[in-house]
Design a binder for this molecule. Sequence first.
Ligand code: GAR
Length: 234
Amino acid sequence: MPVSVGVMASGRGTNLQAIIDAIAARSLDAAIKVVISDNPGAFAIGRAEKHGIKTAVVTKDQYPLNEDFEKKLISTLNASGVELVALAGFMRVLSPLFIRAFPMRIMNVHPSLLPAFTGLSVQKKALEYGVKFSGCTVHFVDEGVDTGPIIIQAVVKVMDDDTPETLAERILLEEHRIYPQAIQLFSEGRLEVKGRKVFVHGVARGTVDEPLSLENPLATIFNSSPSKKTRKTR
Ligand code: GAR
């Protein structure tokens, strides 16, 4: 049976589109029962409508009290028979009231390698910090902000000439790859949460020729002459 998913999105909805496309390509066994936005102008709503998916707009203007707002979100998701809530660029922090309605049944995608760089503008924060790698994380949502148990992460190299926009673009490609994968693992009942850790059952080990570590810049740097710039500053 495909898992019944409710997607919540505030903006352009490219992650929603990746989930829709993965379902169409049959690499994801899921059914999107409803797409909810807190933003009436969200492009995500149009994407859902184009694919005949039920939509709902629930705004803070309609429900100024956070408790009422979240109760409306919960009742909309429950009325649609949603088993898993997928946050896809939903730009609001959800309170314990909402989180407790779907314990370990809410996923989020975040554009950094958590726990580094929580919150907003994280690609800018990663560049300013000078990290050599960034990436993205799909995690279950708990009562903290970007703190829930991690399901999948993908690593993206940071380039010297990256801007927040170019880095965000490359990270987004990885988000589109790993978010449907994480939902598929949930759908297959292969995710087990024990404390902070998510165990993925049934992974065939030793079948992929993966390096045990990554380096950026590449190790081949040691075959070339040391940088004059570095020498001068010593
Ligand atoms: C994505 O990069 C997602 O990781 C981020 O918002 C973007 C939404 O893009 N979410 C967060 O920062 C949540 N903390 P999309 O609307 O095209 O899917």
